[in-house]
Design a protein around this ligand. Structure first.
Ligand SMILES: [Zn+2]
Length: 87
């Protein structure tokens, strides 16, 4: 595993797109158009949705088993990210 630099630059869609096959790019373009968002925005949403499926600890960042209730590293309760405004 390579180490991640501390100041990881923002990943632009153009950088991601370089690694995508043309048929995937076409599908992304079609999906973004259908949903009325820009392609980079569509990719951002896709990444966020993918990240939401990962049971990571908000305290220490450890990735836990999908159905874990407490973090295996720091013991903090694992809470699902709430969608919507915080009261
Ligand atoms: Zn933790």
């Amino acid at each position: 595993m390579s180490s991640v630099p501390k100041d990881t630059p923002t990943i632009e869609y153009a950088q991601i797109a370089v690694r995508l096959k043309q048929n995937i790019k076409d599908k992304v373009e079609i999906a973004a158009k259908a949903e009325g968002v820009s392609i980079p925005e569509w990719v951002r949403i896709a990444i966020e949705m993918r990240l939401k499926t990962i049971n990571s600890c908000q305290n220490c960042g450890t990735i836990n088993d999908k159905d874990a209730i407490f973090c295996k590293k720091c013991g903090q309760p694992l809470t699902k990210e709430e969608i919507g405004p915080v009261n």
